[in-house]
Write a protein that binds this ligand. Structure first.
Ligand code: FPP
Length: 258
């Protein structure tokens, strides 16, 4: 029998080959979106999507460390997400606890720093304690810094920063006229971290959703319909390759243009 011809077979795509690993973005931010739909499409409860989503985060964070991305910041729970059904919020908090407990055991070995951004006040005492432990271990390490945004909102972050600056003025530590863009950055949760070069949003929505409003002023945005639990290294390669094809001008002109 003659061998079958696969004239219509899709060529496998070498996604790693599309990336120039010598000029990677230093900082990648990701809005983790699409967990609920991923589960629904499979006839599963939404919480099943969050479980797989947490594993996807682990895979992508490890890979970012392996290839030399210095900073990864993810939006895991917004100030608005408390409006979701109690069992969904509870499951996300249980997943976080599980993640934190595992991280406390493995961070030093893996040299991955984990830190948390957002207003931790409404978290349980147990979670707050674990967050503090992770932050403390991270201060001793040097590897890829993964920031997980919990109870985070970009506008709330700016209000919080403004209030802290005002308080420093009141007690005489600084003067109002000393406020610069750089000084304000130092009052944000992200103080000390460079702005994201690339913001990735899986899940098909094309909006920023109150994420890193200040920090993403000049970030390149990459949107994909792939749902977060399905987000793979190949997807990350595609996003980085798209970023590398862009010309970043930060409001200026490209060299050689008139
Ligand atoms: C958005 O998908 C996802 C969330 C609101 C929760 C993300 C939380 C985790 C993955 C668990 C813990 C995280 C870490 C990093 C350990 P969605 O529910 O809005 O999806 P949908 O748009 O399809 O409904």
């Amino acid at each position: 029998m003659k061998p079958m011809k696969f004239a219509f077979r899709k060529k496998s795509e070498d996604t790693a080959g599309q990336v120039d690993f010598s000029r990677l973005p230093r900082h990648i931010a990701v809005i983790l979106d699409g967990n609920g739909r991923w589960a629904k499409r499979r006839g599963l409860p939404r919480t099943a999507g969050h479980k797989v989503g947490a594993e996807t985060f682990r895979t992508i964070a490890t890979y970012c460390r392996d290839i030399g991305i210095e900073y990864l910041t993810v939006y895991a729970f917004s100030t608005e997400n408390w409006k979701r059904p109690k069992d969904e919020v509870d499951t996300i908090m249980v997943l976080l606890k599980k993640y934190l407990l595992e991280a406390i055991d493995t961070m030093e070995r893996d040299n991955v720093r984990l830190r948390f951004m957002g207003d931790m006040t409404p978290l349980s005492d147990e979670l707050k304690e674990l967050v503090d432990q992770c932050n403390a271990i991270s201060r001793r390490l040097t590897g890829c810094l993964c920031s997980i945004c919990i109870n985070y909102g970009g506008r709330a972050e700016l209000v919080h920063a403004a209030a802290r600056f005002a308080e420093d003025c009141r007690v005489g530590l600084v003067k109002p006229e000393e406020l610069t863009e750089e000084a304000l950055s130092g009052y944000l949760y992200s103080a000390g971290i460079p702005d994201p070069d690339l913001l990735i949003r899986p899940g098909g929505e094309v909006r920023q959703s109150n994420f890193l409003l200040w920090q993403c002023a000049y970030s390149e945005f990459y949107f994909t319909d792939v749902l977060w639990p399905d987000f793979s290294k190949d997807e990350l390669h595609r996003a980085i390759a798209a970023y590398q094809r862009r010309s970043r001008r930060f409001g200026g002109l490209q060299e050689g243009s008139t």
